[in-house]
Write a protein that binds this ligand. Structure first.
Ligand SMILES: [Zn+2]
Length: 118
């Protein structure tokens, strides 16, 4: 066992129980079981939560970047839209697995599966 929280382990893409095994088998696919401790992980569902938080963070971070681009460059309106759109999409793609891992860690920590309302 490592000295970490389930949320931080998930943020690093590691099993929320042991912090060592891989949480993902692909970009966003949750592993059925931890390859280190055998914890069952495949039943945990984060649904749209990680996408919401990734888009929120990318948008909030995109505003100062847009202001800096407007102040320091001469891209024009079309160039600004293209540059900011690409930056926000790229940032969302980077942040999505981080937020999904953290959310899976939080679900595991509280003994939830993510489908309690069904
Ligand atoms: Zn594990």
């Amino acid at each position: 066992m490592t000295e970490t929280t389930p949320v931080l382990s998930g943020l690093r893409g590691r099993c929320p129980r042991c912090g060592r095994g891989k949480l993902f088998t692909g970009y966003l696919r949750i592993a059925d079981r931890c390859d280190y401790c055998g914890e069952h992980l495949g039943h945990l569902r984060a649904d749209d939560g990680p996408a919401f938080f990734a888009m929120l963070a990318a948008t909030v971070l995109g505003v100062p970047v847009g202001l800096l681009l407007a102040a320091w460059t001469d891209l024009g309106a079309g160039g600004m839209v293209a540059a900011l759109s690409a930056a926000v999409v790229a940032l969302c793609l980077v942040l999505l697995p981080l937020f999904k891992g953290a959310m899976i860690g939080a679900l595991w920590r509280h003994g939830l599966r993510g489908d309690e309302t069904q």
